[in-house]
Design a binder for this molecule. Structure first.
Ligand code: ADP
Ligand code: PHD
Length: 448
């Protein structure tokens, strides 16, 4: 049995949904559909998730409410779904405006989650209307339980047993991605792009033979195709490679979504909805990987900031780092990386979890607690991640990465090799990040 996730780009309108249904019926192993909210129809369109964020901020605005209903209605009308059946979807949009929520964060989470929830309900209605047995399976019915915050939930371990007990018959199961329920029965979403996570959770829970993730590109490429023209497709990669590349900017697959698949030993196949006959990219356990290249991919992300600290004899003082970590703990801030030298320390943060005020407070407390000679906040910071299982056994890999940067006059602010034996991480100024990716790519991959 295969669990199949379709992203927002694959569900943006009626013709795309018709293609999705064709993909499902082509293979009887495809029994479970995990769906995102309808995405952009054109490059300047707005995703339903983003319309719902506007709606959460202005629940009494009839224009936004109508925009959302019209997006769903356009899809329903393409399949001639009768208006009385569609009323469940429009009622669902309207009802949101009058519901009560414990906090504004949980209100926003519930609004966002309805993009997926109403889309899954609509798709089940359309499948039934087309004579195909299908049921809508809400995360509550499946037992997808979460902990953590309203907008950055984590799955609870007992979810998998709950899913495995779901009475699953000979019909399509349509599951909304992106959210679960917490112990207070409140909706909480995963991070943006989190429908990939639901797909992986359901695939592990049902012990699927394959998790197919359909998107709008033929494969995962060795570099973001919006940065490098015609990059090479990756035919097979390891779970670890995918995790590192997704973390560092390959948005095509969510970086957290790999974890349930690893735990359940489920292979992942990323494929193109608009070109389903293309083999796509297969993501597999390490032992099944045939290493073909030294470098598998080059990613970049601007979502980082760094704190740089210098103090002589830092290496001699026991508990120095502990004092800093206690300050971060107090503000509930985690760090991503901490490369250090004898008298220097850089702490790299994911900016999305920090406000300017929190960053300023942390800096002040560190200044008071450890009295550094230099303390700087580097907001203009990007990370380049060069990843490849083939790098483990090779000598001189760093040369192949750093030499093209030097040749293109790109300064390196930080270099971290060794912690992960399959990646090299480089800190550069944000304005140079894309040029850095292009330079490393051009030096390490043959031109097409
Ligand atoms: N290395 C990469 N390979 C393929 N696509 C990439 C890569 N890096 C970024 N992308 C982008 O990811 C997009 C697909 O992700 P996303 O828009 O989240 O899809 P979906 O709507 O299916 O969830 C592609 O259209 C492409 O622009
Ligand atoms: N709709 C949500 C969740 C998601 O995963 O969407 P997509 O599959 O379109 O990236 C978002 O926009 O973040």
């Amino acid at each position: 049995m295969k669990v199949v996730k379709f992203g927002g780009s694959s569900l943006a309108d009626g013709p795309h949904l018709a293609q999705v249904i064709q993909i499902m019926v082509q293979d009887p192993e495809r029994q479970v559909l995990v769906v995102s909210a309808p995405g952009k129809r054109t490059s300047d369109d707005t995703k339903i998730t983003d319309l719902l964020i506007q709606y959460a901020n202005a629940p009494t605005d009839p224009n936004i409410q109508n925009n959302i209903i019209n997006r769903y209605w356009e899809i329903a009308a393409y399949f001639d779904l009768p208006a009385e059946k569609f009323s469940r979807i429009s009622d669902g949009v309207i009802a949101l405006a009058t519901q009560q929520f414990s906090t504004s964060a949980y209100q926003l989470a519930a609004f966002k989650a309805h993009g997926e929830k109403l889309n899954a309900m609509l798709i089940a209605l359309i499948l039934n209307h087309l004579g195909k047995p299908a049921i809508y399976a809400d995360p509550k019915a499946l037992g997808i339980m979460v902990t953590g915050s309203a907008a950055a939930a984590s799955v609870s371990e007992f979810t998998y047993q709950n899913i495995s007990r779901f009475p699953f018959k000979n019909e399509y199961l349509v599951v909304p991605g992106f959210y679960g329920y917490d112990s207070q029965n409140q909706i909480a979403t995963f991070a943006r792009g989190g429908s990939d996570i639901t797909g992986s959770i359901v695939a592990r829970g049902l012990q699927a033979d394959l998790y197919e993730n359909f998107t709008d590109v033929d494969a995962i490429y060795s570099a973001n195709p919006n940065i490098v023209a015609n990059p090479q497709p990756i035919s097979t990669m390891s779970y670890k490679e995918m995790r590192e590349l997704a973390y560092a900017g390959f948005q095509v697959f969510n970086d957290e979504a790999i974890i349930p698949a690893i735990q359940g030993n489920v292979r992942i196949n990323v494929k193109n909805t608009n070109h389903p006959e293309a083999p796509g990219t297969l993501i597999v356990p390490d032992q099944d990987l045939v290493i073909e290249h030294e470098i598998t991919g080059v990613a970049n992300s601007n979502r980082f900031a760094a704190l740089y600290l210098h103090r002589y004899l830092l290496n001699k003082e026991a508990g120095f780092t502990l004092k800093i970590l206690q300050i971060l703990f107090k503000y509930d801030v985690s760090y991503e990386h901490m490369p250090s030298g004898i008298d220097d320390l850089t702490i790299i943060f994911d900016k999305t979890q920090l406000t300017a005020e929190t960053a300023a407070n942390i800096m002040q407390e560190i200044q008071d607690a450890v009295k550094p000679d230099v303390l700087e906040w580097l907001d203009d910071y990007a990370i380049i991640m060069v990843v490849g299982e083939g790098m483990r056994a090779k000598v001189g890999v760093v040369d192949h990465i750093i030499a093209p940067l030097a040749a293109n006059n790109i300064g390196v602010q930080m270099l971290n090799q060794g912690a992960s034996r399959i990646s090299v991480m480089i800190g550069v100024k944000q304005e140079l990040a894309e040029a850095a990716v292009r330079a490393i790519y051009a030096a390490n991959f043959p031109a097409n």
